[in-house]
Design a protein around this ligand. Sequence first.
Ligand SMILES: O=c1ccn([C@@H]2O[C@H](COP(=O)(O)OP(=O)(O)O[C@H]3OC[C@@H](O)[C@H](O)[C@H]3O)[C@@H](O)[C@H]2O)c(=O)[nH]1
Length: 341
Amino acid sequence: MTIIVTGGAGFIGSCLVERLLAEGQKVLVIDSLWTGSMVNVDKFKGHPNYRFANWDVRNKYPIRETPKQIYHLACPASPDHFGESPIEILETCFRGTQNSLDLAVSCNARVLIASTSEIYGDPRVTPQSEDYWGNTNSFGPRACYDEGKRITEALAYGYQQKHNLEVRIARIFNAYGPSMQLRDGRAVPNFIAAAMEGRPITIYGDGSAGRCFQYVTDCVDGLISLMQSGYTRPVNIGTNAETTVEDLARMIAALVAEKIGSTRKVPIQFFPARTDDPYRRKPDITLAKEVLGWQPRVILRDGLEKTVDWFLQNSGKMPVVKVIDEQSTMPLKQASVSVAV
Ligand SMILES: O=c1ccn([C@@H]2O[C@H](COP(=O)(O)OP(=O)(O)O[C@H]3OC[C@@H](O)[C@H](O)[C@H]3O)[C@@H](O)[C@H]2O)c(=O)[nH]1
């Protein structure tokens, strides 16, 4: 029986598809290529267990088979998209999720919903455990995603109550790795792109904001473990190894320089923090360890090295989604990272 992956041509989705195919599963990817890319799934073409449907999840998918599982991942996840397409993102969160849940009901399939750490908003408590209700702003630049993902969780809960549907909810914290787009807009690809292209790295805020970046294969392991588990409430999927945004920028600048054999200094420019940007985000992953027996394994330095290697090898093949105009405002201050190796 088939496993459906909506958003399977995206960054996390394509890594999940690769894993499922390697396990011998039959996979149908449903993706509109809004933020996903054929570049991510070209490698599966011709695989006997792989099929692709170019389809927007906001519309009901005309299914001709009975899937046993649905991983519902389809949705833009970069703050750059929140400003460009808030209504489309809200529609994707509500109608897209509802369509996947309806499909699961009609096929008696189990469905895993990709939720996010963003449902905690700008948290007042650290670390964030699943029973923290969050601090979100429903009327701000991140609202479409924060509130949109909150509604996906509420929908999943409603379907579980009303239809006795088997739902799994993964709250994914800052994933990174190969197959992100160079112009994705998130910190890791932005910093790698700047360092590779010899531009200054742009930091929003003073660089002290905290994040916990998890490598994509760890994230995919967590999603599969959750899908296979009997646990029906939300679970944080992330690492609790915290770093500051400035330390991340310095690590990436040094890694790129090491790889390309450069000794020049990489400037860092500090711009005002973005509205509602969470200051400190760190998951409590006790629950995931207990109910899934899962925990992340890849340390940041190793994951970043693999990611930088991948970008250096593949950046030429990537479609340009968006070039951020960093010159439109003046930086607050400038620092330089010495990358002499
Ligand atoms: O070029 C950049 C990009 C990002 N940043 C900062 O780096 C931090 C991390 O930003 P990212 O855009 O990578 O990620 P965010 O924490 O905002 O979460 C976002 O991307 C990861 C997804 O899992 C989340 O769902 C999504 O909302 C933020 O403080 C952001 O302002 C920069 O300083 N410069």
